[in-house]
Ligand binder design. Structure first.
Ligand code: SF4
Length: 392
């Protein structure tokens, strides 16, 4: 993720994408749809002088409407959906056998690293697309049908804490019906810039709500924004689906916090799941080397390339305030605590989507729209390295 912020090619693409969004907003011929990642809402305020950890969900939604977007959806809806798909994939591997450890796949910084450095683990990676790509795919199919539009008549912008999502959105294997699920990715910082450029009075905006149905989400979804969150959300659902019992305690403290590698064991009625969470490049590589050498064993691993997870993403506001990561993290957990629904399998809009459209998790249509595949890119890395050596 960090590369795009320092390399000139990244900067040029960034300018082109920003301009493309401005053009689409000005022209307004297509149906304009925007979605926001979990971590954006606890950092955007910093672009307007607010303290780290200020929760700006309502104002952010209001600002996006004033920018001219027709629908403001929440990537969190798709985070709940990711848990349904990825959680089912995990349980399927537990019951019927499959590659272990299974890795989460929502961080493109990690997916790139795996394809380039650890391709032998390709089949261990969950085939679930990242949440914003799931949402993009649904907007261009399910939602397009509902509003009577063709996929080409819809323009989807993702507001992400992440620079690696920009390159992810151009992956061929993420296309649906021949078009990209997500057309352009803008970062949290770029959204701040857009709001200022269009002279939207951010400070005095009212709090507004996301549009339905793709804006409905649970507390399990928002914690995707911090290291350990995807794991915790997955465990809440996997436990209840596997055992058929209610979890006595929803908070999995062992996977929270900023330690580089965290682990815990979860007992699913006698079946023990050993899980780990790693974030930040150096911690991830350390863990992967241990796995490769057979020094450790886990069943399920969450990996995020940025320190702290997406709250510390390369597209977030730059901060030099002490404890800014912890403050963003606290804000994320407080949104979860304040939520009425805190388990992905209780999201009514997700359940309705399965009932009306997808059938069930891992169904044929779910596979077509919500899952992807990966490539071994080790060769391309070695080739490039050799070419660079020759030039030098
Ligand atoms: Fe992007 Fe970093 Fe989050 Fe990965 S951890 S999805 S690279 S912001």
């Amino acid at each position: 993720g960090q590369c795009a912020t320092v390399c000139p090619v990244g900067a040029i693409t960034e300018r082109m994408e920003f301009r493309r969004v401005l053009e689409e907003l000005d022209r307004h011929e297509k149906v304009l749809i925007v979605q926001t990642a979990p971590a954006v809402r606890v950092a955007l305020g910093e672009e307007f002088g607010e303290e780290p950890g200020t929760i700006s969900t309502g104002k952010m939604v209001a600002a996006l409407r004033r920018l001219g977007f027709d629908y403001v959806f929440d990537t969190n809806f798709a985070a709940d959906l990711t848990i349904m798909e990825e959680g089912s994939e995990l349980l399927d591997r537990v019951k019927n056998g499959g590659k272990f450890p299974m890795f989460t796949s929502c961080c493109p910084g990690w997916v790139n690293l795996m394809e380039k450095l650890y391709p032998e683990f390709t089949e261990n990676l969950s085939s679930a697309k990242s949440p914003h790509e799931m949402l993009g795919a649904l907007v261009k199919t399910y939602f397009a049908e509902r509003i009577g539009k063709n996929p080409e008549d819809i323009f989807v912008v993702s507001i992400m804490p992440c620079t690696a999502k920009k390159d992810e959105a151009t992956r061929e294997q993420l296309k649906v019906k021949g078009v990209d699920g997500v057309d352009v990715v803008l970062t949290t910082r770029e959204l701040g810039k857009l709001i200022k450029m269009k002279k939207i009075p951010y400070e005095s905006l009212p709090e507004e709500e996301y549009d339905k149905p793709l804006g409905i989400s649970t507390g399990a979804a928002v914690i995707f924004g911090t290291t350990g969150g995807v794991m915790e959300a997955a465990l809440r659902t996997a436990y209840e689906l596997y055992t058929g019992k209610e979890l006595p305690k929803l908070d999995f403290e062992d996977v929270r916090g900023l330690a580089g590698v965290k682990e815990t064991v979860v007992n699913l009625d006698g079946k023990e799941l050993k899980v780990a969470v790693a974030h930040g490049g150096a911690n991830v590589i350390k863990l992967m080397e241990k796995l490769r050498n057979g020094e450790v064993y886990y069943d399920f691993i969450e990996i995020m390339a940025c320190p702290g997870g997406c709250i510390g993403g390369g597209g977030q506001p730059k901060s030099n305030k002490p404890g800014y990561l912890e403050k963003r993290m606290e804000a994320i957990y407080s949104i979860d605590e304040m939520s009425t629904l805190r388990k992905s399998h209780e999201n009514p809009a997700v359940l309705k989507l399965y009932e009306e459209y997808l059938g069930e998790p891992l169904s044929h249509l779910s596979h077509e729209l919500l899952h992807t595949h990966y490539r071994d890119r080790k060769e391309s890395v070695l080739k490039r390295k050799k070419e660079l050596e020759r030039v030098e």
